[in-house]
Design a protein around this ligand. Structure first.
Ligand code: F6R
Length: 243
């Protein structure tokens, strides 16, 4: 595991964007997956900027959605698909047919998740997975207690995460209690993983995830078992695990 501290807020997304650029230079038909949330928005903007400058192209790339609320379609502004489409996919030259979504409106989630997992694994897996981390250590929508061998599945949104996410909904009652998510095993099967985190409030959970015991109680701790993880932190996290 390699850890990079980014000291200038304006360059926050550069190292992750460099990795995406390198991945696409090595293999233009790479299979990518990106978390949404506040952490990765600057990365989307930086990748769009590089695309507009002709420095990066996605015409052969494929993207797989990491997670989605159940009950929300892509037109809902709080859905992860809405963010991916409007902040990223519509601004780069990725082909629509190469963007795979977790359909939050699907009425048969078990079958849907099984097929989604097959689509990922039978096509050769994910080449580069970009993650954020929740304050309880969740990755994707994999909450504490999620088995490490879980494939793409329908998950309960734990109370703590649900409370945090109400800020994205005008009416808290619209905030779903269930989600679809690539599983911990799906994430771990990616060839390379980037974990991005910023803001001092994530210090304690990062300390546990990166240096504590590997336990299903802290889903992100599983990343310690992966051979190729790049962790990108901002200056407020430069002194992890110290008071
Ligand atoms: C969202 C996702 C989540 C977020 C996490 C951190 O697609 O995968 O696990 O990465 O909740 O969210 P932010 O970046 O808003 O702190």
């Amino acid at each position: 595991m390699q850890i990079i501290i980014c000291h200038e807020p304006e360059n926050w997304a550069d190292d992750a964007a460099d990795e995406v650029s390198r991945q696409l230079a090595r293999n233009p038909a790479s299979r990518l997956s990106f978390a949404t949330g506040a952490t990765t928005l600057p990365l989307f903007d930086e990748l769009v900027r590089r695309h507009e400058e002709g420095r990066i192209g996605f015409s052969q790339a494929t993207c797989f959605q990491l997670d989605e609320y159940r009950g929300l379609g892509a037109e809902h502004p709080a859905s992860c698909a809405h963010t991916l489409i409007n902040r990223f996919y519509n601004r780069i030259n990725i082909r629509k047919e190469n963007c795979h979504f977790l359909d939050g409106l699907n009425a048969a989630p078990v079958e849907f998740c099984r097929e989604y997992e097959s689509l990922i694994q039978e096509g050769g897996g994910i080449d580069l997975q970009v993650l954020g981390i929740g304050l309880n250590g969740h990755i994707g929508f994999n909450q504490p207690g999620t088995p490490f061998d879980s494939p793409t599945h329908s998950a309960k949104v734990e109370d703590f995460t649900w409370q945090k996410n109400t800020r994205f909904f005008k009416n808290p009652e619209d905030n779903p209690r269930d989600a679809l998510t690539m599983g911990v095993a799906t994430i771990l099967s990616a060839k390379k993983i980037i974990l991005m985190a910023r803001g001092g409030e994530k210090k304690d959970i990062l300390c546990k995830a990166l240096f504590g015991p590997v336990t299903e109680d802290v889903p992100a701790s599983v990343l310690q078992k992966h051979p190729d993880v790049l962790v990108i932190l901002d200056h407020s996290l430069s002194k992890l695990c110290s008071s």
